[in-house]
Design a protein around this ligand. Structure first.
Ligand code: COA
Length: 151
């Protein structure tokens, strides 16, 4: 079991480790250049480390006080061990600290693990984008979830 877990902000220096997880965790992984473009400016990114090893990360875009979770992934070798939950708890705590008013996200209709995770953190289903994601066969709907933060 893990013994030296920490969550801290990510930097461009972490991109190799991020991309190693990104390629394994997602059906349609981001390219390196897309990942790189999601650092700095409006972006707020953090990772869960075991010692110096990155195990998972969140990529957020924050406009005014509204945050959008645009990527979350845990290394598949370490999924199902509570790391996703720790990242989400850190996100909610960080949102409260920074007085963000809400967090929005999109998820594939077929991605029940992620939907369970979001529902467990009080996210509500607020809509759907039909045929939004490319899928193994054809396209797949996106579900839109939202969580308001109490003042
Ligand atoms: C979604 C993801 C981040 C969850 O991370 P994780 O570390 O495996 O999740 P945890 O072990 O912390 O589990 C937290 C909750 O997620 C849900 N969950 C996780 N794995 C699940 C599974 N195989 N089946 C159903 N629900 C699951 C459960 O609600 C779980 O809570 P519980 O243990 O109380 O039942 C991870 O599966 C992942 O990286 N998936 C690939 C990338 C992805 O789909 N990202 C989301 C894009 S929107």
């Amino acid at each position: 079991m893990s013994s030296d877990l920490s969550i801290s902000p990510l930097q461009a220096l972490d991109i190799d480790a991020i991309m190693a997880i990104e390629a394994k965790a997602h059906l349609n992984p981001w390219s390196r250049s897309l990942m790189r473009s999601n650092f700095g400016g409006l972006y707020c990114n953090f990772g869960l480390f075991d010692g110096k090893q990155l195990r998972g990360y969140c990529i957020l875009r924050v406009v005014a006080s509204e945050a959008e979770l645009i990527n979350i992934a845990v290394d598949p070798t370490f999924q199902g061990q509570g790391f996703g939950r720790q990242l989400m708890q850190y996100l909610i705590d960080n949102a409260r600290t920074n007085n963000w008013s809400q967090i929005d996200l999109e998820v594939r209709l077929s991605n029940k693990s992620a939907q369970n995770l979001y529902q467990g953190f009080g996210f509500s289903l607020i809509g759907k984008r039909e045929n939004y994601y490319p899928a193994a066969q054809g396209r797949e709907d996106a579900l839109l979830y939202q969580r308001y933060l109490e003042a």
